[in-house]
Design a protein around this ligand. Sequence first.
Ligand code: V47
Ligand code: SF4
Length: 366
Amino acid sequence: MIFNTDFYHSLGLADVRRKVMDGERLSMDDGRALFNCPEPLAVGALANEVRRRMHGDKAFFVANRHINYTNVCVNACSFCAYQREDDEQEGAFVLTAQDALDKLAASPVAPREVHIVGGCHPKLPLSYFEEMLSAIRSQYPDTVLKCFTAVEIGHFAKLEGVSIEEALKRLQAAGLDMLPGGGAEIFAPDVREQVCPRKLNGDEWLDVHRKAHAMGMKTNCTMLFGHIESIDDRLDHLIRLRELQDEHGGFVCFIPLPFLTENSALTIDNPLTGLEKLKTIAISRLMLDNVPHIKAYWVMLGVKEAQAALKFGADDFDGTVVEEKIGHGAGASTTQGMTREEIRGMIRGCGFTPVERDSYFNAVEG
Ligand code: V47
Ligand code: SF4
């Protein structure tokens, strides 16, 4: 269902509607017009139109397992409730390769994908990550290992004194298949300077993904929104992702991450409303015309908002997850994991057909 031309005309979106219907690329000004639109349902209907054109009534999910290997991190981003300063701080942990294997063995679902990320630990050498990947790979030969954000790859390379390509090649040889999308936050330098000054900058984040794509490695991408960034910063972020995607087409999925406000050093006056989150997800679908999938990450959105997001342009529900620490540290009120049947029920409950997928969005038998 899409509203008629007159309605979009009355909202100042006649041209945007025409471009969406014709499959034309939207500009920064079009994005501004969408954010300024007072009627989120009109924006959502356009995104739903695109989402249905691309994926029909399918909504995807994956049998996955998250593992966080450490929360010790040199970066201390102000929005992060997960980080610990050093190994001595209360709650700090570092897993061994055997701990990771034990977690996998105890998973209620045999994972088709393992998502491994952690803090930028000041001492763990590249060999620690190679050993962890090899240990998992030897016991789970067919599982996709989607591990380490661009921020972690940059950190490993610097600590080890090797290039980004060399770090990626060594990890790939040990079993790495794909990079997750974390660490992108917002690319605008003045925002990054305030919320994550020690991290890779936006160009460096994009360059790690560019290098991975050039090696034939698929990756995901994210945007952390609803903190101190402006609407133009969000659009600039989306356009920069779109430009990189034009080069190699290596991004599989975009994950919009609404800022969760609890337990972090970053305090904000106006936390996002549900409709603002949905509108941003819808605009992401519309701007990122070359990224095949948009994820409704139920862990951070909450299950009900994630269901609504499927009607606002998203087509993926992420997965079984099993154990999650980053969002839950920051106040996510969702359960730790969901079963396949629970996810299928959530998807059917809002009128879509659940499709179990692998990490590259090929349909699989559950
Ligand atoms: O990189 C940290 C973000 C990311 C908070 O690639 C926060 O398939 C909200 O990237 N509020 C980790 N967000 C999550 C992530 C992800 C999740 C699921 C799937 C994939 C994928 C990637 O979470 C971090 C950071 O950007 N984050 N703190 C917070 N308070
Ligand atoms: Fe470290 Fe990532 Fe937390 Fe930043 S968001 S402090 S890089 S764990």
